[in-house]
Ligand binder design. Structure first.
Ligand code: DC
Length: 232
């Protein structure tokens, strides 16, 4: 009998702590972690490197067939074989990513890649449209939210650790702007699935977030998970 595979979808606005929580959950459950925002970031970087304007849909569509990216098990992202994991977090990419990811053809191609990556695996996937579009049958759907202040502070500390410049105020403005673009454009990808559980993480530590998601998952799948654990 084929081993039962599981999927956890974690959606939410920019810098709500999704990727850190998703990574932690994937380690505990030994699932594959897939960071979908990283793919839209990689496409934005690809456009910039080709000297194109991410605000131009025409340019985006022209480049799309040449876009080759890979994401490994630990969330490292490669563009044409080069490791761009840190580069795609820099501010030029962050401030332009909302444009390139709004084009239908770009979304379709990346959603295809995301589904392919998830096939035959137990996964934790984070993004905006995972519970609604990419994995509508996920076993657990989390819609993670946090106040702008809490999100800006997290991203600021994360950036400082990575040596990425920017003040707390600048990051707060950037997050507000990105939230606005993400939620006001036509067909915004950020929508809560009907069956998603809302998790407000403003006052939670990362460990609390991870523990909460793992226990929600175990509760949700119940005996199915216990059977799998015993057969490990
Ligand atoms: O999660 P993040 O900040 O790395 O995401 C970067 C951008 O990609 C963000 O502006 C929204 C977009 N995105 C998307 O449209 N759909 C996803 N599934 C994931 C991210």
């Amino acid at each position: 009998m084929m081993e039962r595979k599981f999927a956890i979808a974690i959606d939410g606005p920019a810098a709500s702590g999704k990727s850190t929580a998703a990574k932690g959950v994937s380690r505990i459950l030994d699932f594959l972690y897939i960071d979908t925002g990283a793919m839209y970031r990689a496409f934005t970087l690809f456009m910039l490197e080709k000297g194109k304007d991410p605000k131009s849909e025409e340019d985006a569509l022209a480049l799309l067939p040449d876009f080759r990216m890979k994401e490994d098990k630990d969330g490292h992202v490669y563009l044409d074989g080069r490791d761009v994991t840190d580069r795609i977090r820099e501010r030029d990419v962050s401030s332009l990513v909302s444009y390139a990811c709004a084009y239908k053809a770009v979304r379709e191609k990346l959603v295809d890649i995301q589904r392919e990556m998830a096939e035959g695996e137990s996964v934790v996937m984070d993004g905006r449209d995972i519970g609604t579009v990419v994995l509508p049958d996920a076993d657990l759907k989390i819609f993670q939210i946090a106040s702008v202040e809490a999100r800006a502070k997290r991203r600021y500390l994360e950036n400082r650790q990575k040596g990425i410049a920017g003040t707390l105020e600048e990051i707060e403005k950037e997050i507000e702007k990105r939230d606005y673009i993400d939620s006001h454009r036509e067909n915004s990808p950020l929508t809560k699935a009907k069956d998603a559980i809302v998790l407000d993480t403003s006052d939670m530590t990362i460990q609390e977030e991870i523990d909460t998601i793992v226990s929600l998952f175990k509760k949700k799948v119940g005996d199915l998970w216990k059977d799998t654990e015993q057969s490990l």
